[in-house]
Every structure is written in structure tokens, then in C-alpha cells.
Design a protein around this ligand. Sequence first.
Ligand code: NAD
Length: 521
Amino acid sequence: MTLEATTNHPTTLPSADELRDRVRTALKAAGSAIELGEPGGHGLQASTPLTGDVLFTVTETTVGETDSAIADAVQSFAAWRVTPAPVRGALVARLGELLVEHKADLGTLVTIEAGKITSEALGEVQEMIDICQFAVGLSRQLYGRTIASERPGHRLMETWHPLGVVGVITAFNFPVAVWAWNTAVALVCGDTVVWKPSELTPLTAIACQALIERAAVDVGAPPNVCRLIQGGREIGEQLVDDPRVALVSATGSVRMGRQVGPRVAQRFGKSLLELGGNNAAIVAPSADLDLAVRGIVFSAAGTAGQRCTTMRRVIAHSSVVDTLVERITLAYRSLPIGDPSTESTLVGPLIHERSYRDMVGALETARADGGEVVGGERVDVGGDAGEGAFYVTPAVVRMPSQTAVVHDETFAPILYVLTYDTLDEAIELNNAVPQGLSSAIFTTDMREAERFMAADGSDCGIANVNIGTSGAEIGGAFGGEKQTGGGRESGSDSWKSYMRRATNTVNYSSELPLAQGVHFG
Ligand code: NAD
């Protein structure tokens, strides 16, 4: 069945030349002096999913330059770690001010490179501003504890110290926020940062680097507290393998995490992994269906299904499943699909052809497994969208059971619908996938809501009640369990991952009692 979702929303896509102009203007405003090459040159091909065109060639960082970037970050660390934390906070405060000033410029770049609709792109930049504010407050709160000592005249305490160079590897779908989550917190913790963004989003990275460099000059911070290296997997691997990089914070697919985790562990480095999700919402018989439909449609079709927290499964009670599917399908029909820089658009493009092929393949498998598919067609949005642009209608798939394809994270807007009769069954389905990032329950029954968040409830890092699976605030720790990698970033006490802990025992008596009552000589 087709959704014919675009007939009500004709958009004229901007031309590649117009997009190039927008990029140049935004980068210039951010203060970047980097020369961008013509498409087809030697280096990274910076393309846009809006039209599928390559816009510029961006110079790739060489192995030698990466080595120097790490060396510079090590050198800056020596001065930065002894700079008082509240003074370090001033750098992040200045970055936050510059982000406010350049919110629209960065939003434009996020839309052009990642294909996010304007509102979501601006929301991503707002998240950067929010984390800067959070980190500035944190710069006066990096406290340890004092613990009761078993020995008289002794004090036992914990102190937290800067860790070293933090290597940040980011995914295409949050090209700026994830850098900011890591960088704002790492900087106030006294670390220096070397960032390898996704090879799909080098332009937004150039803008962020220009802003942090300006902030460093403005507050007199060492110039190399943050370095940018551009390239693909190989450059990422160099960061992963370098023993001078104390922490590798890597965001991306489970496939990437499977490679990065063991390699960092091999050299006894620390890693913080933020990997794929396969997020579900349970819809209970008592659910407010108006609320549930709105929450589901935003989480499942928003960002064209390309968030780590995108809702990929609905587990609906047998008494509501028919109505729910009908209402989601109806809502999907009215979703405007097209140019994400047009204000009325709600669904932009997939990042590239491979995503589209993955979506087609997953839907074929789901059909073969007995799934009833609605939507999932490629859409011709007109304008300059060439062969390389991939716009799709979001798909809803009613599945007879949770087959292997439902266990995979297909990074596209596919929502599998499963049916349950008892809450135990629903929670079991929620937890049966290998990933453990986000989850939700729509219910007005307090017992069900509490059970969902209890020890025998959802096994995910995020468990929500009456909101969707996506759109987290920066105040809470963000991350997930199982194949999602176990890392926590952003709010709460996530800062502890960016510092080293020391336990200190001070003897202020003139005796030397030993712990555990040991006598020695
Ligand atoms: P990806 O795994 O293809 O790439 C992510 C980054 O890792 C890129 O910078 C890439 O160059 C780098 N990389 C890949 N292999 C590497 C290796 N062996 N060593 C070092 N670096 C390597 O992911 P993507 O397609 O850019 O992003 C989508 C994926 O990211 C999805 O799975 C999504 O769920 C996940 N994601 C997770 C979170 C989270 O917080 N949990 C947030 C955003 C995205």
C-alpha cells in the first residue's frame, strides 16, 4: 500500500550552487578561513543529502598531521589541567555565547549536511548551548567525597583530576551536539580534545572548530585545547590506537563500537561508547491515544528515522492495536516530505543511497516474515533532486512476531508494530533485542508505569512514561545498555567518565595504625 504523502507538499529544492552559497556564508560568519576545494578534488567529498550533490572537497588530515594534533593536545593538557576549573568554565561560557550568536549559521549547515529539518537542526544547536550552560555550572561542582576512616586520626577522601586527551569520534546524524556534549564537559574537567567528526559532515565540523578557536582566543585559553582532524575510519583508528589518548568517546553504529571497544581496551585506554538503539514504546489499554500517536509519530518519522533514539518498534495491547495502526497510518499520510530547509517540511531525506537500500532490504525481509507494510516508497520531491537524493515515506509494518529483522537497527523510518496481551509479555518483547538505548510506555495506570521503570521493567538506559523515545534533555545522563555500549554522556554525573579518581588517606595523628587491625613489627 502506498501513502502518497507528498502530493500535498510540493517543494522546490535549492540548487547545488545555492547550497554552496549558504555553506560559504555560514562558514564565513562562524569565522572559518579554511579554503574549500571544488567538488571532485583530492580529499573528502562534502555532499548534501538534499540533492545528492557533492558541494566541496575538504582536505583530509594526514597520518602525520593527526600525530601532531595529538601531540599538541598533550602539550596543552599540561597547562590546562592546572588551570582552575571555574577559569576553564569561562572558555565554555564563551563558546556558549558564540553558539547563541551563530545558531542559525550552524543550523543551516546541519540541515545541508545531515538533512535535518530546520526546527530539528536549530534544536540540535540549542542542545549545544544547553550543554555549555550545564558545563559552566559543573566547573564549580567537580566535587569528591570525604569518607569515614576506620583508623583514628585519619581522613579518607576522593579527589577528581583531569584525565588527559579525549578523542571524540562522532556520527553523521548528530554532527554538532555530540561534539558539544563531549567537549564542553571534557574542557571543564581539564581535558583537551581531538575530534574526528563523521566523514559525511566535515563542513559543520569546520564551523564548530572555528567557534571554539575564537572562544579560546577571547578568553586566553591555550590554542590547542581542541583540535579537529578530518577523515574516515582510518583516521579514527589512529585516534583509537594512540596511547596518548586517555579516553576515546565514540558515537556511531554497533559495528563501529565492536571494533573500537576492544582496540582501546587492548592498550588499557578508557572508552565511552554511544552506539545504536532499537527503541520501543509499549501502548497499554489505558493509554491516552491522542498523546501516544503524537509521541510515536515524532519519534518514529522525525529526522526521517535517523536518530539513535528513533522509535523502531511499537508494542501495542491487542485491544488498541487496530485503532493505533490506523491512526499512525493516517498521521503519516499528512506528513510533508521534502526540502528540509522549507519551514513546513517535517520529513527530510535519508543520508545516502545505502540507507535507502538498507530500508528496502529490511522491508522485503519483513514482508517475507509475514509483515504487512504500509509506506516505505521512494518519493520524487521534484526540483534539483538528482539520482543521489533519497526521500521516502515512513513505513509502518505490522509483524506477526519479533523476527530477526526487527532485532536489527535499520537506520531509516521503519516502525514495526507488535501485539501483546500481558504487561510481562510486553516488557519481554521490549527487552528481547540486543540494543538497550531508549524505551517508553504510554499508560495512565500508575502501576504499569512504575513497573516499566522498575528493576524487572525496561532494561534500557532511558525509560520514559507518556513521551516518545527520542528528544532527551541534557540534564540527565544519556546512553544505553547492552550493544548500545554502556556509556553515559551529557548530564547528571557523566562528567566522572572524563576525570580520574584518586583516593587519598591523610594521617593527622602521631600513630601509624594499619587498616584491618594488621600489626607489623
Ligand atoms: P558509523 O558507525 O558508520 O560512524 C560513526 C563514526 O565512527 C564516524 O566518524 C566513522 O568515521 C567512525 N568509525 C567507523 N568505524 C571506525 C573504526 N573502526 N575506528 C574508528 N572510527 C570509526 O555511524 P553513522 O552511520 O555515522 O551513524 C549512525 C549510527 O550511530 C547509528 O547506529 C546510530 O544509532 C548511532 N548513534 C548513536 C548515538 C548514541 O548516543 N547512542 C548517537 C548518534 C548516533
